[in-house]
Design a protein around this ligand. Sequence first.
Ligand code: ATP
Ligand code: MG
Length: 787
Amino acid sequence: MSRFDEDDAFEAGAKLSLAARAMAARPAPYLDDLNPAQREAVEALDGPVLMLAGAGTGKTKALTTRIAHLLNTGRARPNEILAVTFTNKAAREMKERVARLLGQSVEGMPWLGTFHAVCVKLLRRHAELVGLKSNFTILDTDDQIRLLKQLIVAANMDEKRWPARQLAGLIDHWKNRAWTPESVPAAEAAAFNNRGTELYAAYQERLRTLNAVDFGDLLLHMVTIFQRHDDLLKQYQRWFRYILVDEYQDTNVAQYLWLRLLAGGHHNICCVGDDDQSIYGWRGAEVGNILRFEKDFPGAKVVRLEQNYRSTPHILAAASGVIDANQGRLGKTLWTDAQDGEKVRLIGHWDGEEEARWIGEEVEAMQRGTRGMRPFTLDEMAILVRASHQMRAFEDRFLTIGLPYRVIGGPRFYERMEIRDAMAYFRVATSPDDDLAFERIVNTPKRGVGDKALQTIQRTARANGVSLLEGARLLIDAGEIKGKARGALAALIQGFDRWHRAAVAGANHIELAEQILDESGYTEMWVNDKTPEAPGRLENLKELVKALEQFENLQGFLEHVALIMDNETDEGGPKISIMTLHAAKGLEFPAVFLPGWEDGLFPSQRAMDETGLKGLEEERRLAYVGITRAEELCTISFAANRRVYGQWQSALPSRFIDELPESHVEVLTPPGLYGGGYGAAAAPSGAGIEDRAASANVYNSPGWKRMQARSTARPMSQPRESRAMVIDAEAISSFTAGDRVFHQKFGYGTVMGVEGEKLDVEFDKAGAKKVVARFIVSAAQADDVPF
Ligand code: ATP
Ligand code: MG
C-alpha cells in the first residue's frame, strides 16, 4: 500500500464545510496592501492565473498573499497547497511572509519548498514504482562520476577521450528535458561516440541496483510515475488543490511537465515570472514555458503588473535601457511613483584590487552617510558579482579592513574545495611535514592511493617517526606499494622534493605556484572536468595565483590565509552581503554594488562562445536582474586592467555600460591615478589609453573604447609594481604599551601589552586582539604604505 493512502484521511476535493464557509467570511486586511492588479490575481483563486511582470512589481508579494488568502478563506488547508520556489532561502522567506500576513505561525506547509525538496518527499512515498526502495540515497557529483567512469571502462571506451564528466553533463541535460534513455530523440542519441543513450540506460540500471538517485532523477522519476500511473496522479491532483510557482521563467522542461501533470485536473495553478529575468537557460530552463501557459491552460487569467515598488526611477530607467537591447522580449511597461533619488553611479578603476579597495572605502563612507545620502547599514548593502572568483578581492580587502561580510549561496573564497586543495599543495611544498595537507591531496587527482594505501603510509610514518610524505617515500623505496599507485606516488614525492627546493631557494613564488598546480596534475584534473562547475573552479585557481602577487613568497601568503581564517568568527551583527548575480534573484537591497562590468567577465566570454547571441542575451538579463535588485542606490564599476597569470591585460568596459541611458547615470571620478589621493604616482610611465580611460570620464567618451578594442588583451609594457600587503618585518622596531599601530586585517589600534612576540592590541574597529608582532607596523609607518 502506498504511503499516500495512509495519510489520506482527508477527503480531498470535498465541498467547503460550514466551518470553511465561515472562515471565508473572515476579514482579509492584507488585501488592502495590494494594488488592483495584484488584488485581482490574489482573489482569482480558482482556475489558471499567470502573473507576468517586471522586476519589483510585487509578484512574490502577490503570490505569498494568495497563499495567505487561500488559508484564511478556508479554501485549502496548509498541506493541500503546493508552492514551489527556486531556493531554500526563498521558501523560508515565503513561509515567514505568509505567517506575517496571517498574524500567526503557519503550521505544516509540507509542500512549500524547492522543486527538489518537494520531489524527494514524493519519491520516498512512491519509490517502488520506479524500482527503488523508499530509503534511496541521493548521489553527490563525485559518486556519480565514479559510477559513470566504471561504466565507460566497462563499455571498452577510452575514458581519457570520453570523460565521465562529459557524460554526466549530457545525462543531466537529458534529464532536464525529461528524457528517459528510451525517449532521447535520435538526433541527440549520436552523442558521446554514439554510445550516450546506451550508457545512460546502463547508468540508470546501476542506480537502481544501488538504490540511489541523482538530482535530475528526483523530477524525472516523479514525471515518469505520474505519466504511468494515472490513478495516483488523479489522487495527487485532488490532494494539491492549489499550485503556486514563483520564478516560473526559470523552470526546465521536466519541472514544467511535472507541474502540468499535477494541475491537469483542476487547473488551479498560479505561476508568476518575468521573461526578462530568465537566467538559467544554461541549465535547461525554458523561458518558452511562459508562452505555453495560455495554450496549456486555456482561459488563463493573465495579470500584468506595471508599478514597481522597489527601485527609484533612475535605477528602473537604467535597467530598462539595458534590457531593451534584447530581441524577442514579451515587452512590459514599468513605472514607479518613487522619488528620483540618486542616479546610477558608474566608476572605472585601474584594476580589480583598486575596485575592491574603493568599494571598501565607499561602504564605510556610506555607513556614516556621504554625499548628502542617508547612512546605510551593512545589512542594507550587497555586492553582486558575475563570477565567484571575483569575490576573492572583496573578501581579502574586507578582512584586511575588518569589514564584516557574509557570502550567500556558496562558500567563502578560501573555503572552496579547489582553493583548499591548491593550498594544501602549497603547504606541503613549503612544509613537507604538513601531514594534514598531504592527506588531503595525496589522491587528488586520483593516483590510485585509496584508503588502504593511505593507512599503510600512516602506519609506516608513525612507526618511523616521520611525516606522511617521508613514510610514503620509505614504502616506495622498499617496493611495498604496487600497481598504478607506485608510479603516481613516486612522481608526487619527486614533485614535492623539487618544489620544496625551489621554494627554499627563493624561486619566483607565482611561477612556482603555477608549476605546482600544473605538474601535480591538479589543473589538468579540472580542465578535463566537464561539469558545469569546472570552468568556475579553474577561474578560482587563476584568482588564487593572482592573490599571490601581493605577497613575497608562498609562506607569507599561507600565513595570511591562516590568520584571516583563524580570526573569522561569526559574531552576528550587520554584515554586507556578497553573492553571485544568480543567487540574488528575487532579493532586494537598498544599496547594490555591481563590480567587474568588463567584456569577457560580464558578459561572460564563455557564455558568448558557447551559445552566441543567446548567451549574450542571457547575460543581459542577468545585468537587468542585477540593477533591479537595488532600491535606492546602484553603483556599477569596472577595471581597466586585470592581471592574468602575472600579465597585465587591458579590459574593455562591458558593452552593457554603453547601453545604460546616459541621463540616468552619474560618472564618478576614480581616486588616484592623476588626481591625487592614494596611488597618485603609481601610473606607469608610457601608460597607454587604458590609463586615460580609467581616469577619464569613460562614459562620455566611447571613442577610446573603439581605440582600445584594437589593442585588447595587449600586455602592458611596463606593469605597475604590485602593492605589497605584507609589510617587511625587518623594519619594525619593538613596540611598547601605548604605541599606535596598524595591522593589515584589523586596521589601527593601540598596544595595551607586550608578551614576547605577541601583542595585546585594542583595535579601533575590531576590538581587543592578540596579534603577532611581525604583522604589525607603527601607525606612522602604515600611513606610508599604499593600502
Ligand atoms: P522580482 O521580479 O525581483 O522577484 P517581485 O515582482 O517578486 O520582484 P516583490 O519582491 O514581491 O517583487 O516586491 C518588491 C517590493 O515591492 C517588495 O519590497 C514589496 O514589499 C513591495 N511591494 C510589492 N507590492 C506592493 C504594494 N502593492 N504596495 C507597496 N509595496 C509593495
Ligand atoms: Mg519575486
